[in-house]
Design a protein around this ligand. Structure first.
Ligand code: AMP
Length: 480
């Protein structure tokens, strides 16, 4: 078995590895570190959870320890598809580069350019960035990529999903031809293959087994769910999720709940909270500081359930996740592999449960074909009860549009609600009141005993003795 000491890493890096508590290199590390240290291009087919971050950061730190950074000309570049993933790589760098005196800058969206500019100006050894923000800096003339000796592309398949491939190609073309490239992807889609054929030169190819196909430590299951009532389907599905969580009892220490759509991420988090669960949503519409806050809360255990979309969760390294719940069957079979790979990390056991509606059956088949196994069908925990337990009526009601409240403040974009507002008797001024209103302004302190005329024809200053002709001419004037 390969040992870290055999990998020709610098003594400082070996010390950092020891401090991290790693005893033996993972397969991707054992495979990628030696050719990387020889200066070769590397094509790593591996996903998060396999130790791939260290497989490129450790040799980079070793190689960069010789030489110095120049202003605005980073010596190495790591591209990651999401802000979280980039931040995570930066964190890894900080851990492994202790004592190496290397400077680093993290360029991600949602953070001010000014601070990032300052760091670049000072000169950085390692620049970690998302493609969009990197190109923004480049276009502002603040950055030159001609000094990049080592370029890493992490999670290339996710870059492809997110439409970053043209950006990646452009960035490649801005770096020197002679750079060393370390390229990582969980899968080799044809487009990824094309990029690697174009930009990598005779790479050492290291492929490590998928977590899903080797993940005997992940217990998987799927509940087939069909609702008889379309209108209540979403609420019944959320009730089923809660029952599945409860069914896991204390085994479920924490969990990531994946939904396919952001709107459902929010709805599920809101519903869980309403039912007393400690849950928060995380998706691309939240601002960066909020996403970081939620993630940190989940890491340190103050948040038990993270409701997430694929983009927000891809690549996140959260070591201690006991459960993954697929509230929706993912549309791409690959995403199932990524999702369940959040649990059962570093040899720990994990559980991945999923809800499948009749609409999702085709996607479920695709997943089973990809992972090469049939996912065990689990009994619907609600089916055994006399009546299903969809969300409590209170919850249901509160998730419906709040008609009464909205009806008071009709919004232009909610014509239906406006109509309802007009039709609400309590809100609708009676025709009689409407008529009366202008005249009431004339009433002054004359508190109505205008015999037989009600309040209608009161005129200030006449007391109870207003002659009939005055009242008549008043009405005539008004009606004309
Ligand atoms: P990654 O695939 O880079 O996201 O890493 C997944 C997890 O494995 C991280 O929590 C790392 O700290 C951990 N890890 C990386 N390398 C090793 C190793 N050689 N031994 C044990 N754990 C490791």
């Amino acid at each position: 078995m390969t040992k870290f000491a055999d990998l020709k890493l610098s003594p400082k890096v070996l010390k950092a590895v020891e401090a991290a508590g790693y005893e033996t290199p993972t397969p991707i590390q054992a495979g990628a570190i030696p050719p990387a240290l020889e200066g070769r291009d590397v094509l790593g087919i591996a996903q998060t959870g396999t130790g791939k971050t260290a497989s490129f950061t450790l040799p980079m730190i070793t190689m960069l320890s010789r030489g110095r950074a120049r202003a605005r000309m980073p010596r190495s570049l790591v591209l990651a598809p999401t802000r979280e993933l980039a931040a995570q790589v930066a964190e890894n760098f900080d851990n492994y580069a202790v004592g190496s005196k290397l400077s680093k800058a993290l360029l991600i969206g949602g953070v001010s350019f000014k601070e990032q500019d300052k760091l670049i100006d000072r000169g950085v050894d390692v620049l970690i960035a998302t493609p969009g923000r990197l190109l923004d800096h480049f276009e502002r003339g603040k950055l030159m990529l001609t000094g990049v000796q080592i370029m890493v592309v992490d999670e290339a398949d996710r870059m492809l999903d997110m439409g970053f491939i043209p950006d990646i190609e452009r960035i490649f073309s801005l770096t020197p031809f002679a750079r060393q490239t370390l390229f990582f992807s969980a899968t080799m889609a044809p487009e990824i293959e094309r990029i690697t054929n174009t930009f990598l030169s005779n790479p050492a190819k290291i492929e490590v087994a998928r977590a899903a196909t080797t993940g005997e430590n992940i217990k998987q299951g799927v509940v087939m769910f069909r609702s008889e009532n379309k209108r209540r389907e979403a609420s019944e599905k959320r009730a089923l999720l809660r029952a599945m969580i409860e069914g896991e009892a204390e085994n479920c220490k924490n969990g990531i709940i994946f939904c396919n759509r952001k709107i459902d991420v929010d709805a599920v988090a809101k519903s869980l909270k309403k039912h007393g669960y400690n849950a928060e949503p995380i998706h691309g519409d939240l601002d960066q500081s909020r996403r970081m806050e939620v993630l940190q809360g989940f890491r340190d255990g103050t948040i038990r359930f993270l409701c997430a979309s694929d983009v927000a969760a891809r690549g996140l390294d959260i070591p201690d996740v006991s459960h993954v719940f697929n509230f929706d069957v993912p549309g791409h079979a690959e995403d199932y592999v990524h999702r369940i790979g959040r649990t059962g990390r570093a040899g720990k056991s994990g559980t991945a449960l999923m809800i499948c509606t009749p609409r999702d059956e085709k996607n479920l088949e695709d997943i089973e074909r990809l992972v090469g196994n049939k996912i065990p069908r689990l009994e619907n925990p609600l089916a055994s009860k006399s009546s299903p337990a969809p969300e409590a009526p209170k919850d249901d009601a509160s998730e419906k549009p709040k008609r009464t409240r909205r009806s008071r403040k009709p919004k232009a974009e909610a014509p239906v609600e406006v109509k309802e507002a007009v039709e609400t008797p309590a809100e609708q001024p009676k025709p009689e009141q409407q008529k009366r209103a202008p005249r009431e302004r004339n009433r002054g302190g004359n508190k109505g005993n205008n015999k037989g005329r009600g309040n209608q024809n009161k005129v200030v200053g006449m007391g109870d003795h207003m002659p009939d002709f005055i009242a008549k001419s008043f009405d005539d004037r008004r009606d004309s």
